[in-house]
Design a protein around this ligand. Sequence first.
Ligand SMILES: Nc1nc2c(ncn2[C@@H]2O[C@H](COP(=O)(O)OP(=O)(O)O)[C@@H](O)[C@H]2O)c(=O)[nH]1
Ligand SMILES: [Mg+2]
Length: 459
Amino acid sequence: MFDETIAAIATPLGEGGLAVIRLSGENAFGIADKCFLPVGKSSSKPSAAPTHTIQFGKIVRGETVIDEVLLAVLRAPRTFTREDTVEISCHGGLLPAKLVLDTVLKNGARLAEPGEFTKRAFLNGRIDLAQAEAVADLIHSRTELALIAANEQLAGKLSQRVNKLRDDLMHTLAHVEAHIDFPDEDITPDTKAGLLRRLEDGIVFMDELLRTADEGQILRRGIRAAIIGRPNAGKSSLLNQLLGRDRAIVSPIAGTTRDTIEETANIRGLPIVFIDTAGLRESRDEIEIEGIRRSRESLAQAELILHVLDASEPLTDADKNYLAEFSEKKRILVLNKTDLPSKLVLPTPAGDPRPAICNVCSLSGQGIEALKDTLKSMVWAGEIRAEMLQVAISSRHQDALSRARIATREAADALRADATLELVAMDLRIGANAVGEIVGKTTTEDLLDTIFSSFCIGK
Ligand SMILES: Nc1nc2c(ncn2[C@@H]2O[C@H](COP(=O)(O)OP(=O)(O)O)[C@@H](O)[C@H]2O)c(=O)[nH]1
Ligand SMILES: [Mg+2]
């Protein structure tokens, strides 16, 4: 389908045991032939090798040997891109990988753009758009649950549902259009009822998919949880406990944390981005003031607040201010320093929703497991069900589905009100197109660019 043969380093840049250079396109074997020298009796030049075999040899540039490599020969169409593909495993230093890439480029390949291999897999019809996105989700997944969800989407679980939805809409559209073509035949009440039922079923189905958007968001992006509280309450100690390692500096000197620290932890399978904020107290110190400004900023974006209170001291005005200020947010009051005698008396918790309360000792880690359970249940209501992971939609899917839902609703209302069938048909077409965007049946070049440019080079 494409004239150009593309190439890229598919492994991360840096030093490692191996690096892989990938080539895909019509001329992949021709290019490989020019720079690969088979070594040993059982090796042959790429164009002569059977498909799905590995050849041992050297990458050469004229007389110069660049590296000793293993070269995989993969013939179309049983490849990731559905094109002839060569994968060269060379030594993992930055220079060998770069020189091998350089050599194949000099022999006629073009450097691949980010995500171009996956884009070709999509354009050549091997995977649809939702599956292509799942490849990126898989690479970026930060917890096992996110990985399972990405694999389900890659296997086509979401696509199957979306295709069925689109087929149903197209079917109804065809029916309506048939009546437009034969205006003498009115739609019988029975037919109309049948069409309406199908549209309402479609809307219910869209709602079911739309309900998975929060989970999809959590799995892909994580939940942002800000750790707040007055200086020395133990915020940084708590962050370190949640991460299971010393990330933030802990010290008895108030104002130690000046910058906001962000780290993702795997909490019961969910990626949660914890943000250790500088205390929000008034300050004259310029650096601290900037820290406080940033804290305020990340607080505005946080979906969840962990308010740390020092339980070994009575409530201060600063504590009270925090309690009042964040009463609208979803939050957990973390009563820290339970190893010391308790002096804290909490006022009857105000606000809605009521904050959850957890007792912890951030020095020993006592109570942290219970805090993780609370976090998990606040972030993800109910059990993590397998079918949820099958379809958890992304914000792009959510946007397309929401538009499809509006159009389908309007089509149904128009049909019910006996509006002209052209109007019904128009709404149905909008709806079907919006659904089609999810799997890439209807796309624009812009949309594809946006999606694939977020991929890494070599994928
Ligand atoms: N006894 C006791 N001390 C703690 C506990 N958590 C933190 N600290 C101490 O409280 C001080 C302030 O802790 P830090 O995490 O830096 O607080 P931050 O200013 O809120 O980030 C440090 O000296 C910690 O060792 C705890 O659970 N028990
Ligand atoms: Mg701190």
